[in-house]
Unconditional design. Structure first.
Length: 373
């Protein structure tokens, strides 16, 4: 599909807006399990694909929404570059074959980042510009291809994590980075409390910390990335057991793929993702210890469906939020449980205002982020 063929999608959008017909935006479908609900007629945008421009010397690439994420990463790897936020290709509970269908549009709409997020930044931090098809079928362009191009409201980054409720991001320009010249993975046999305390102490020191993961029975796994001398010096200073490169690569690939250590999630227990301050202590949870990432800032846990209120309470008490990533159907009845935390009235008014401005007829991914948006 060429840029001009986007007009066909725009005509479909205008017709749906006129009739009030909800549309469900679909690229590869790899993130269908994320969000509150899937509603509306399918609007397939996977054909609007391709790398529009790539300037390795400028560290910027422009791609269309239907471009396979694997294709983009392969092109970047050929030039020794990468997406440093390590976006996951699929979600827990998904068929592994869906990873091949992950698209750049889905990556941006979901706004999910991988193991390096705490050190390298999130998806939104690497968005330079977007072309959006709004709910009137109009093409709108925001940002550009350099970092210092924003005057006023940064709409480009607003699209990251919006789950498609504001419009179709037809094209996006992303900042990329060179792959690190050196990497090492260390493991420490520490309990959760000690691991969190040490991560907080290391955070204030000039160390090439890139990713971390604590898991019960396994201890703390720490990834260092950066200059050869910096990584070597950090390894000598920190100690621990150094993992072989193949074992380390497999470990971090599993983390990026969001493979969880609980066999019964989605069947007997819910999977929760808690976003909390990195300095938050060990949480009072109604379940087994969590899997801890992002230097303490992201905590995954499996809990019985009737413990949802306690899980959210624990996240809120720590100054964070809780997201239901995968629900167990066993004890659910009636309406689906809330996926995201309820927003304060002021923030919800802002959400409604943005939705009204971009999608006045309310046709895009209705109910995907919140039931009434």
């Amino acid at each position: 599909m060429t840029h001009d063929d986007l007009e066909e999608i725009a005509e479909r959008v205008r017709a749906a807006a006129s009739a009030g017909t909800p549309l469900r935006i679909v690229g590869g479908g790899s993130k269908d399990g994320y969000g509150q609900a899937l509603q509306g007629e399918v609007l397939d945008v996977s054909g609007h694909a391709g790398i529009v421009a790539y300037e390795p010397s400028e560290l910027v690439v422009t791609v269309r929404c239907g471009t396979p994420l694997a294709e983009l990463e392969a092109v970047l790897a050929e030039r020794g570059q990468c997406l440093p936020f390590e976006p996951p290709h699929l979600l827990p509970g998904s068929d592994s074959t869906q990873a091949r269908r992950a698209t750049c549009g889905g990556m941006l709409a979901a706004g999910l980042s991988g193991p390096a997020r705490a050190s390298s930044g999130a998806v939104r931090d690497f968005v330079l510009g977007v072309t959006v098809l709004n709910g009137r079928g109009e093409r709108l362009t925001f940002g550009g291809q350099v970092m210092k191009n924003v005057a006023g409201y940064d709409v480009s980054r607003l699209m990251a994590g919006s789950l498609g409720i504001l419009g179709i991001v037809a094209e996006m320009s992303l900042k990329v980075l060179p792959a690190a010249p050196a990497e090492a993975t260390l493991r420490f046999d520490w309990p959760q409390e000690q691991a969190l305390r040490q991560l907080n102490a290391w955070g204030g020191q000039p160390l090439p910390l890139n990713a971390s993961c604590w898991r019960e029975g396994e201890g703390l796994t720490l990834r260092l990335r950066g200059a050869v001398a910096a990584v070597a010096a950090a390894c000598a200073r920190l100690g621990g057991e150094r993992l072989a490169p193949a074992a380390a690569a497999a470990f971090w690939q599993a983390r990026r793929a969001l493979r969880m250590p609980w066999d019964d999630i989605g069947h007997a227990r819910d999977l929760w993702r808690l976003s909390v301050p990195q300095t938050a202590p060990v949480l009072d949870l109604p379940c087994a210890p969590p899997l801890v990432e992002w230097h303490g800032g992201q905590r995954w846990l499996a809990a019985a469906p009737d413990q949802a209120a306690r899980v959210r309470q624990a996240a809120h008490a720590a100054g964070g939020s809780a997201t239901l990533m995968l629900a167990a159907p066993g004890e659910r009845s009636g309406a689906r449980a809330a996926v995201f935390d309820a927003l304060p009235p002021v923030l919800m008014r802002i959400h409604r205002g943005l939705k009204q401005a971009f999608d006045p007829a309310g046709i895009f991914n209705r109910g995907r982020l919140y039931p009434d948006l």
